[in-house]
Write a protein that binds this ligand. Sequence first.
Ligand code: PBG
Ligand code: ZN
Length: 326
Amino acid sequence: MVDFPQLRLRRLRRGERLRRMVRETDLGVKDLIYPLFVAHGRGAKREIGSMPGLFQLSVDLLPQEAEEVAGLGIPAVILFGIPETKDELGTGAYDARGIIQQAVPIIKQAVPELIVVTDVCLCEYTSHGHCGVVVDGQVDNDKTLELLAATATSQVEAGADMVAPSDMMDGRVKAIRAALDGGGFQAIPIMSYAAKYASYFYGPFREAAESAPQFGDRRSYQMDPANVREALREVEQDIAEGADIVMVKPALAYLDVIRKVRDSFNHPVAAFNVSGEYAMVKAAAQRGWLDERGLTLEILTAIKRAGADLIISYHAKEAARWLADG
Ligand code: PBG
Ligand code: ZN
């Protein structure tokens, strides 16, 4: 057996070319999905306070944004909508003239090759801010399914290439798959937010999407951060119901969950590098406390190393630029 001093692991770390040859994890722009927040109005570009560099964009500004994203080599965007008005049943989510239904064709017309994924949830559209129908102060699972199915269908009718349910109701993948197939959309994949935790890391997103719950919290439907076996059950269930891609969310504090899901199933795994993860990096970088480029590429590499095939990240555009210039 070779031992020190013959064995020297440092030999393969001499120089960047050599390190690159033996690198085990390959982060590429092809892995990234960029989130966009779409709002009503014209010429409106409102920066999100807790997410520097991210904006709520009005529909007319989307072609330019989509061209930039595609030009960087990023293959896909995921859309979140901010409706003009909210109500108890979140009707804006499945309105044929809703904000997402307006946004999708504009992006597809401008940049047909850009894959448009739509987030399927009600929380941006409900007056109470919950992800489902509220009955007697509780989020009613089964009453919500029909509205989620209607939302997914209307998004696909508008031209969405893939739908991503994020509500964490039981049975939503099944309901959405049935509705899409019934509508002739057998070819449209479902990327399910399968293991989505009730996380404090979503804070900045709720500012961006104006979707904070007006009472209580989301712990009765999103997962307990302490659980990992339960995540495998969620993923198993979503796969059984027809999910094509399964997601773990958040990413950074849940790398062990990503690894377990990767090792337990053969479906593509997505990870959501969420708003709070982005905000922490931005805040520290703005103070000069950490190097943003180095930190971001290290985090994204770690998420891939843990087993993610796809990464949804607010840093996607910057990461694409950094990856391009080596
Ligand atoms: C809505 C939704 C949320 C996120 C994606 N879709 C927030 C939530 O569940 O409160 C979080 C994204 C992020 O923090 O970046 N269901
Ligand atoms: Zn929601």
